[in-house]
Write a protein that binds this ligand. Sequence first.
Ligand SMILES: C[S@@+](CC[C@H](N)C(=O)[O-])C[C@H]1O[C@@H](n2cnc3c(N)ncnc32)[C@H](O)[C@@H]1O
Length: 326
Amino acid sequence: MSQELSPPRHVPVLVREVVDWLAPRSGGRYLDATVGLGGHSAALLEATGGAVEILGMDRDDQALAVARQRLAPWAGQVHLVQANFAEAAKVVQEQGWDGVDGILADLGVSSLQLETPERGFSFAVDGPLDMRMDRRLPETAAKLVNEASYVRLKGIIRDFGEEPLAGRIARVLVDARTRQPITSTLELARLVALAYPPTRRHQARNHPATRTFQALRMAVNEELPAVEALLRAAVALLRPGARLVVIAFHSLEDRLVKRFFRAEAAACVCPPRQAVCTCGHSPRLRILTRKPVTPSDAEVAANPRSRSAKLRAAERLPAPPQEVQT
Ligand SMILES: C[S@@+](CC[C@H](N)C(=O)[O-])C[C@H]1O[C@@H](n2cnc3c(N)ncnc32)[C@H](O)[C@@H]1O
């Protein structure tokens, strides 16, 4: 992390709810899969009087540098690793842990990423079109925008941005880049706005580039496959009774978490018309939050970034007798 970078104030979302649902116990080992700037981890350590051990992962080296400072009072109990949470099982194993007593994943981007223009995540400030959470990755958003085919760009913007004007936007970008490469966030935002018919541009609640920026970020960082891999790893890592808490910030992520929880909580996964169960499936999770937990009006007023947060929690069930190793 460059010395001149002063850490922005990152207010963790749903912090009391995270502590309540994770219910950390003294002496427990917890995986913070998205340690970010360390806000939630600090809350877990504070809530337990420093009596837990935390393995904090993040893809972002700058975030980890801030987390290291913030969590310095508990340096003995905190282990920080730069890695994709898709590799959680390997990271936990390398730590020498044989399981965990709880996992937190606070998905999405941090204020550090959004508010550092050079990281290229925000259409509100000018910066290079980067968007990589892990700056060692080869593909920046600029590379994607300037090199992907029209069909791929349209698919990304439609599928990850849920943008109804994906085709028009992709067409504008592909035309513009034949004149000169698209290299800055403001240039991309201007081009996306151009693809919007003026009436829709004026009626839109958010900036017209909001969905396109989200889509490109998700593609550059391969976000959904990573969340799927984390969820699968989490079930294997959690000890019986241990909890998994996930905070999602948009519907694609939240839907994925909801469906995963439901599938893992189901007693039977046979086709609905089948009279007799033959799947032999046993539930591995118990869903704790029937509806997602959302921030209070007061939290949204104090921290507008929290407005779209949805928290879901589940508990690992013990393995049925036949799964138990003898
Ligand atoms: C919303 S922030 C987390 C903030 C954190 N809970 C706090 O209190 O400071 C999300 C973080 O997750 C990280 N992240 C997103 N996807 C990741 C992945 N696949 N693997 C590891 N870290 C990831 C981002 O780099 C970012 O720092």
